[in-house]
Design a protein around this ligand. Sequence first.
Ligand code: C2E
Ligand code: MG
Ligand code: MG
Length: 576
Amino acid sequence: MSDERKNKSNKRSIAGALAAIYSVKRTEPWFGFVLLIVIYLVSTVFTVRTSVAEGVFEIGRAMIPKAALTGVISTISNMCLIILVVLYRDIGFCSAMGILATQVPFICVNIFILHSFTSIPGLFTNLLTMIACILIYTNQRKAIAYQQRIVEQAVTDVLTGLPNRFAGREYFSGLIKTGTKFVYVATDINNFKSINDTMGYEVGNKILIEIANRWRDLADSGRTGTYNLVAHVSGDEFGISIQEYRNEEDILKTIQAYKAELERKITIDDYDYYVTASFGYAEYPDDTTVLEDLIAKASLTLHDAKRKYSESVIVRYTDALLESEKTLKVERKIREALESDCVFFHLQPQYNINHKLRGFEALARMKDTDGSFISPMDFIPVAEETGLVDRVDMRVFHRAAKFLEDAVKKGRTDITISVNISVKHLLKNNFLEDIKSVLETYAISPSQLEIEITESVMVESVERAKAVIEEVKGLGIQVAIDDFGTGYSSLSYLHNFPANLLKIDKSFIDAMSEGKSSQKYVESIISIGHVLGLEVISEGVESEEQLEILKRIGCDLIQGYIWGRPLPPDEAEKLL
Ligand code: C2E
Ligand code: MG
Ligand code: MG
């Protein structure tokens, strides 16, 4: 840290930054100033001329002496000076008073030495304009000072005297507007609530004031080697900005300095307190270019750190953190949905190639608190990651089984209901118990049930998965290999796999329209499926063209928007 930088930092203080935020700025264009002066000068010349002019001029039938215009023109010139004071404040006032004052000696010479008594009204006008200017100017100053006091109060935190949340935001958005690189540090005092609860709010407030004073002094002293602004965001939350740092080390050193100041003993009413805090920070523009985002990311980092570490730490924001936070949010939503019975299902029809209904695939659906749907693509991976997927699977499984039971009662003993089962669930010890409980609860034949296992995940633990699937098959339930083609299935693995149905992934069906080689690929999958004794279904069939090709190359079953989208159970029932 060079001395020069230190000095620069010293000159800039939190109070200075606050003043810059609350200074009531108003800038009028300079050409207006010049224009007023020009009008003033021109009208003054005319005033002098008309005051000595002889003769008259006519308006209609009236004969008006030229000298009578003097008053009108001199009023215009004085108005120019008054407007100057109103619009240009200090500089306007000084200019107007300067102009008026310099005229006084000339007028006095005219009256008292040259005995030109026509100048007497001029002297009066001059003096009265001066008084008007002084009155306007002093009143304006009072109004501005009052205005500034109000703004100052609005941006200063009453308790600590630090810039408040609003001022902080104003300052940080100023930095963003000017493209100034800075770090935003979010922090709050650990266990502050318990201090408040046990020692009372008064002590809590005194501690906050002490912390604010220490941090203000530190920021103003320039000892951190960087330029900082500390804002009291709310309660025990503070926000610190760091500017003029060179590298990560400078940032960490700065935050360390705040941490050290905080951790020094605080004595209030003869009691000693030791407080700590964690710090989370994010950088503009590297982490984001939006202020709200920057603050949110720093706060997210702070709260994640508080959750993870028992000691107080300094943590930088990373994108991975955002991901884990998203996961956490979705996890919360899944839990809520499971609790409030908001996990339900839709049924997508599956047909044989002659458009005869084969059955339905049950697909999980979940509603957000605002009533919007969350896609299974978003919540199933999170459910798998967080161990909630078996609950989701079973919720859907039970409902699908109930649907099947109702269909069987109506005589539809020929349809199959498929449910998706996550491999994570399949590999759990209680999986078979779960399946058995469904078979025991509903009056259905296991042969009408099918479980779909995604190929790509299954290959990771193929042996164990195979053993479980054997048992499932032993119960009489059918098994489908879902999303076939997306994993690394080897022929030998397929050969040994106890499945009934191969589901070709939508991506291959989509690719078919691109060329013959993709069609050949799908054709080969179908042939292999048939050789291994499996039925083959194409997923995500959308167009007539795809359907025609699939018919030609011998696909057994079709599932896709072309013949049916996923439907709510009551609508699916109509297809029966
Ligand atoms: P999946 O098992 O491969 O299901 C087929 C997906 O393709 C469904 O998406 C379905 O709506 C969609 N689809 C079907 N036909 C078409 C079509 O013609 N065009 C297009 N664009 N899409 C079509 P969905 O419902 O969003 O489900 C996505 C995935 O989530 C499923 O893929 C499955 O892997 C998983 N999933 C759904 N429900 C469950 C469940 O209850 N448990 C588990 N473990 N996973 C589930
Ligand atoms: Mg599926
Ligand atoms: Mg699929």
